[in-house]
Design a protein around this ligand. Sequence first.
Ligand code: ATR
Length: 279
Amino acid sequence: MSSVDQYAVFGSPIQHSKSPRIHKLFAEQTGQALEYRAELVPAEQFTAAVKAFFAQGGRGLNCTVPLKELAWDYADKLTERAELSKAVNTLALQEDGSILGDNTDGIGLVTDLRLNHALSLKQKRILILGAGGASRGIIGPLLDQQPQLMTVANRTVEKAVVLAQEFAHKGSVSACGYDDLSGQSFDLILNATSASLSDELPPLVEGLLAEQGSCYDLAYANKATAFVRWGREQQAIKSLDGLGMLVEQAAEAFYLWRGVRPDTTQLIQLLEAERQGVG
Ligand code: ATR
């Protein structure tokens, strides 16, 4: 067992994860001594792998696809935002030996929108596309920003209805299908569907984006995603993908583990520059 504090990200697939690099740079920048690795862990091996990790002195874990719901089940205690999102992306060993589960995805998104892109959400009309796990992780933290209203649209409307009901106590949130969106417009449209992964778009009607509105795809890629391209076509003042959210959710996890908040600006700039070189 190494004497340096151990951290890791578990998931499947995992080979393209940027998390080891991000956390290594955070550790260097903040002068924290730690090691962070990526481990290929399929769902059926999750419990055994987590137990072994903490038994061998591990201090904290990130969990990604397809493990976030399993991590939610595994945690001894949950933060309020993790409880509501029914998914955990960060596990942290506590002083009493218990494991705390948190979900830093939503706060990572909000930080990227507000601080990196100067997009205020207060009194704005927000549309979320999709009603799967990604949507569940962001609705609470977005509602905390006191938008005027939030609509969740999904192909399978019932899933959006369930989500809207679960978060109704946090703000004004309603559910609908894509056809029902005709005639409405929003200041911020977020794509939380998995359509981007296959370079597809949800069926979006014209006129959905208000003047001066912005678009944000939770997915990221070296090239502009189908939704980022759609946002540009709709004259969005900003049409962004989830690279900044990735770095910000990592910073929040780092803070939970180490009590130190890394600076994210330079790292986001570096990753942006690298992918422009690739793209
Ligand atoms: P994740 O955890 O990434 O959110 P998920 O829980 O499987 O993954 O949810 C995927 C979401 O993307 C769902 O809202 C899905 O819509 P349905 O619930 O109707 O299946 C949505 N989705 C996937 N592909 C889509 C497409 N081509 N067009 C529109 N929505 C799509």
